[in-house]
Design a protein around this ligand. Sequence first.
Ligand code: ZN
Length: 188
Amino acid sequence: MAVLPIRITGDPVLHAVASPVTEFDGELTQLVADMFETMEAAPGVGLAAPQVGIGLRLFVYNWEDDDEVLWRGVAVNPELLISTTSLDEADEDDDSEGCLSIPGERFPLRRADRAVLRAIDLDQQPFEIDATGWLARIFQHEYDHLDGILYADRLGHDDAKAARKVIKKRQWGTPGLSWTPGEEQLEG
Ligand code: ZN
């Protein structure tokens, strides 16, 4: 297993629509194992294949809810059905979202409160999870990655402006940038 470099916003793989998984082989098993290790090292609650440079429709997630239920798994070729999203302004605290591909930053974003995930696992067995709250947010965030959408693309006007500013300031937004969890970060 290995911790993989995580691509930073601006890398083309993060902004392209990913392709369905068709080969369920040892390579895929290895990729998923590495993605779990990378997500845990980051640490993060979800990680999509494009974030490690692989343009395939799959993501991993790992999150414990308030009742200490652990939601952990891999979703391959997922579909996501979401409830309507409130048009109210996003709450600075309750809706604060982050992304390993925009490391260290957080912005508030409204998400649908309920999302039904339908996917297959590595054994190609279908499963369905009817998620609410933060788990529904994780699924929406990760699913978006498979369509080349980052949460920064969905922010309200002022936050979008602030996000663009921070991305520019950190000299992100260009191809080829990544960071590797556990390695010393160079501040520049
Ligand atoms: Zn993300």
